[in-house]
Design a protein around this ligand. Sequence first.
Ligand SMILES: [Zn+2]
Length: 262
Amino acid sequence: MRIEWPLIYKWNIEMAVYTCNDMVHDCRARRPEGWRHFIAEYLPFCRAVILHYLPERGDDPNSLPALMAIFSRSGCTVFEVSGIATEREFLLGLRDMVIEQFAPRVQNRPAPEPALLTGVPALERQIGWLEAMGYDEHASARMLNLDHKTVAAVRAKLNAALQGAGLSCIVLPAAGPGCASARTLADYSDGRLVWQTRQKVERHLCECWRCVDLFCRLRESDFLMSRRQPLKPAEVENIYEAMDIKPPPAGFWRKVFSAGWS
Ligand SMILES: [Zn+2]
């Protein structure tokens, strides 16, 4: 019995280094391997976004094909990123585009920040904002790595201060000179910032709802990616057919056993 290790090694390397950025590049170049990866990894994320913001469309068999028709259009902004985009930056763009297609109401916020919220700490703002985004205390607790009882207590305090007004009325300002990029907030979220920068970001999060919103959307994207469910084989086949994409080559282990063992 013999196995061709160099072949396995080659496949492993190919599988390991295919990044989100490679996928974006391949999709833009209309290569099927890019679309197959997108359909397997990121279309389930799109469905998780739909299920949260517009649950009645979650089981609609036309939702995902309709999205794919938009994504596969030449010049689709999700794939037109300049430079190297991280997966989180890609997910943010994807999430916003899905919401724009299915639930544009989420981005309409008609009033300024209530004065009662002045001085509210950054973490409490995040808890309040996730509530405004429609997450229950358990989901918010998971996104912010907190105990759900803490989340519930902060929510009660904020709601008492707001006297039932809710945070969803706040107008999000445009990015200002002190605002953080998605990458900086992702590093803040992962604890990768040096102390001084971390302090600066934390102070800014106490006064800028635009950055609180961006931070919460980053945490939301991580959360929805971790909870996404794979598409059913029939759903994938329908999308392949609509996009004229051939199914992927035979599975990895089938290749190994058919080519390597003797
Ligand atoms: Zn800001």
